[in-house]
Design a protein around this ligand. Sequence first.
Ligand SMILES: Nc1ncnc2c1ncn2[C@@H]1O[C@H](COP(=O)(O)OP(=O)(O)OP(=O)(O)O)[C@@H](O)[C@H]1O
Ligand SMILES: [Mg+2]
Length: 465
Amino acid sequence: MTRDLTTFPISQNARFKLLSSGFFIKEDLNGFTPNELATETGLTVEEALDVLEIVFPASSNSESDILSCSALDILQDEKSRSSITTFCKSFDSILNGGIPPMKITELCGCPGAGKTQMCLQLCVSVQIPKSLGGIDGEAFFIDTEGSFVAQRLVQIANGCINECKANSQDSDVKDFTIDKVLKGIYYYHCKSYTEVIAQVNLLHQFLEEHKKVALIVIDSIAFHFRYGFDGSYSLRARLLNGIVQSLVKVANDHKVAVVLTNQMTTKIHEDGSSNLIPALGESWGHACAIRCILSWDEEKRQAHLFKSPSMAEGKANYTITKDGWQQDSDQLLSRIIVIDEFWARVYEPELKRQSTEWEHAGSPKRQKVHQNPSPVKLMVIKAYDVRGFIVCRFVPHGRTVTAQYYRDFLVQRGVRDKCPDLVDSAIILHDNVRPHKAEREHKATPRLGMGRIGAPTILSRHFSL
Ligand SMILES: Nc1ncnc2c1ncn2[C@@H]1O[C@H](COP(=O)(O)OP(=O)(O)OP(=O)(O)O)[C@@H](O)[C@H]1O
Ligand SMILES: [Mg+2]
């Protein structure tokens, strides 16, 4: 397909010189060196080089790739790429599976919130073998704060490796060792913002030479940009904007995930009140596709998915242990809804007082108080979670209880009404459903974002989790 040179982002001066020298379409420039083009058109050699780089970009095969890329291609491409697990199920769940490839994810938080821990965790997680649903990739860690501690990385890697080995005996899991994990993490310490810019600009070349790298981390992007720009915030915004544009290009060209950490700052409002917001200003807030805010008080750690182009806002609790980031076990417990059924009969009890009456000494002895069960028994379904009873329903006489019935019961009557916070995250613990038969339930639960944990075979006849 031919393409008119006027459709390229070439400067007006260069375009004028090209057109007046007889260069109208892309193909007219085929085979020209910068020197030859400069001689032919009157452009300087640098200008000619710029033109050739715009028309024949090094990292892209041709513009026809771009033009032929449909939404379906993008969807299939997205589906074929796995996200990187955070090792915290609830955080993965609000992120739709983990840290996505080809996107920039920003983790903001106060000191000690767990940003660096998450970056280390991701550098390990990205290396999980494919047989366990991982990516089997490598990571590049750009450290600006000097908070990378290899000993801590070894602890986190140990936790991840043990978890993988507990779940699989595959040979590639056997090769998943501490040494392999450490070798799969490239590290660079940037001591100034110019080094950060330089390192970002070198990423393309680095990724060309290290094809397995699937994750770029910058911890933190804020460190060298927060201070020293007094009075020149527009320069800072321009530099940061340049960094983000380069990172977006790198993420797309090399299909890598990019994770940046950011610090928090205090915003003081006109009325004197204040709150904590991510640093680097408001315009920076538009830079990253995904923004998560990690907060921490003495009681709980919480990750808040604040902004995402594809997922609703959500919150997940997490803990940090010796083995790294983990799901807060309290939160797992609070997501479980237990369903229980029992049979009930209607009784018509005769009260003791009703059976009491004055008698003569010779009157026949009366029978003791007794209860008359109704001939019809009803099924009662109860649902409760860790906080207590949620809902109870008497199943109408003659009604067959099916998976559909349970679904309606929970979704329409129970969970949605009383625990809206669980609608997207409930795990149903049901004592007698036959999981392989409950097809409708199988289809409905993922759509509703509800979890399904595989039960051990020995339990599966009795429990569906
Ligand atoms: N071995 C460990 N076991 C348990 N928790 C740990 C361990 N190492 C670190 N932590 C926890 O991680 C927290 C530090 O997290 P991290 O270094 O990621 O903070 P950060 O958000 O990067 O902070 P900063 O903005 O200062 O860089 C500590 O508060 C500590 O509770
Ligand atoms: Mg840190």
